[in-house]
Design a protein around this ligand. Sequence first.
Ligand SMILES: [Zn+2]
Ligand SMILES: [Zn+2]
Length: 280
Amino acid sequence: MLKNLCFHSHNNFCDGKNSIDEMIQSAVNMNVTHFGISSHAPLKFINKWSMNHDDLQKYSDEIDNAKLKFGNKIQIYKSLEIDYIEDLSYPFEYFKKKIGLDYTIGSIHLVLNKENKKLWFIDGNIEECHQNFKNVFDSNIYKAITSYYSQIRKMIKTQKPDIIGHIDKIVMNTANVFFNENENWYLDEINKTLDVVKKHGCIMEVNARGLYKNKWNTSFPSPTILSIANSKNIPIIITTDAHHTSEIIAKYDETAIIAKSAGYKHQTIYDNYSWKEIKL
Ligand SMILES: [Zn+2]
Ligand SMILES: [Zn+2]
């Protein structure tokens, strides 16, 4: 049975709008039973959206305190949404050792062009994203997208995240503008990447954020990717990627329905500190 769950959330340690306590209090008010806190992990360079390295301990302490304060009302988990960029990100193991994470979400927001060493930010404002794409990848969409998926595969192989965040978010600012998602080369990349997800036993996130922010017309990933993933028996987890108290369960049920329509009958959640399959 579907419960109110939130395993991917942000707060004011990164680019989220509310404090950790405000997020949890709102989740309790909405009868959310499980709440995972997953700020953007620090990178080795300053940027607008991820946590400062110096705040890691404070982040961890606030979550530990919240577990004591709210633990009888809701299951609270300590996580991070961690980027992977060769040489520019910390190893996932580093954060696990430093603050003791319950699980990790691995996501790519910055795509490295290995030739010129420049980074392309795939999220955010569409005009800036397109300008940045021109500068970094010289408008070569094939190269940009294959670099993105190859970076995801390398992240899975080397960092072993528990959850793969919004695996096809790259389509948000590029598909139907520079390419089509049903082109063979694109589907080949997807197949190759899903095989790596399966081989390493990762859980694939089904993320509602594009839907409730009106930035995309379906979940990340798309129904097409979901049905390929289902045929490969890849487990999924439904998330909202909330950055505000109003987003904690936004479009959660709709996103679960997308996964169901693609053939999924279950999702895998973190319950009492272990992964468990529940009905969708
Ligand atoms: Zn993300
Ligand atoms: Zn996120």
